[in-house]
Design a binder for this molecule. Structure first.
Ligand code: 13P
Length: 259
């Protein structure tokens, strides 16, 4: 179902004490200041999932997600974490195919398709990432590449399954660089992704899919980025590590853009 979502991707940052302090600060500010129905997700490192869930408590309006999962269900895969394990801890989301996983861990479209499947089968919502490197955009190949990434890992899903996936468009050149896509660039790519989904699954299904933007989102640029019709929220890295900044981004997703 299409929703507004702001998800923080903490990546490999923070000690446990820092992570718990950040969680309590965010939870307190959200409780006092955020009135909207924006879904809020904290994607923490694996070891912090349970302690963060404990700090949030039962019935929290903040959901928790992981940043990766194994493509396998169970078994002799030393060092891996399964989607079922994540679901059993009450994580609700899992990021799949972040560009850092594609780049540093060699994850390709076929592997990511298997991860999406296992996440869905385990009852998790995959946040599937796609996005082009700078050299591809400079040559004008960005739509082709993103179209291929989405096709390779998602097009085997049926209509009911694809509606459960959240897509995050994260241009690689905008991640951690302070260089954000303009809202026009984000809107153009989100509309393209939605049109591809419409061609494959029909307009009604495509309109029901949540597409987030990620890449140097901060409190100053979030409102403009989120005001585009096909941008349903954000996947936020660096700025999600600062409670005040993250909560301002949540608020920017929640209120209409100023005239
Ligand atoms: P930054 O917001 O730090 O650019 O990171 C974006 C990202 O990779 C979120 O997954």
């Amino acid at each position: 179902m299409r929703k507004k979502i702001v998800a923080g991707n903490w990546k490999m940052n923070k000690t446990l004490d820092e992570a718990l302090a950040l969680t309590s600060e965010i939870a307190g500010m959200v409780k006092d200041e955020v009135r909207s129905d924006t879904t809020i997700v904290l994607c923490t490192p694996f070891p912090y999932l349970v302690p963060v869930l404990r700090v949030l408590g039962d019935g929290s309006r903040i959901a928790v997600g992981a940043q990766n999962c194994s493509q396998h269900e169970w078994g002799a895969y030393t060092g891996e974490t399964s989607a079922l394990m994540l679901a059993s801890l009450k994580a609700q989301y899992v990021i799949i195919g972040h560009s850092e996983r594609r780049q540093y861990f060699g994850e390709d479209g076929k592997l990511l398709a298997a991860k999406v499947d296992i996440a869905l089968r385990s009852g998790l919502t995959p946040i599937f990432c796609c996005g082009e490197p700078l050299e591809v955009r400079e040559k004008g190949g960005h739509q082709d590449l993103v179209g291929e990434q989405v096709e390779a890992s998602l097009y085997h899903l049926d209509e009911a399954q694809i509606k459960k996936v959240v897509i995050a468009y994260e241009p690689v050149w905008a991640i951690g660089t302070g260089k954000t896509a303009t809202s026009a660039q984000a809107q153009e790519m989100h509309a393209f992704i939605r049109s591809q989904l419409a061609a494959k699954y029909g307009q009604a299904t495509a309109s029901d899919i949540t597409i987030l933007y990620g890449g140097s989102v901060n409190a100053s640029n979030a409102r403009e980025l989120f005001s585009s019709p096909d941008v349903d929220g954000g996947l936020v890295g660096g700025a999600s590590l600062k409670s005040r900044e993250f909560v301002e981004i949540i608020k920017a997703c929640s209120t209409p853009a100023s005239p």
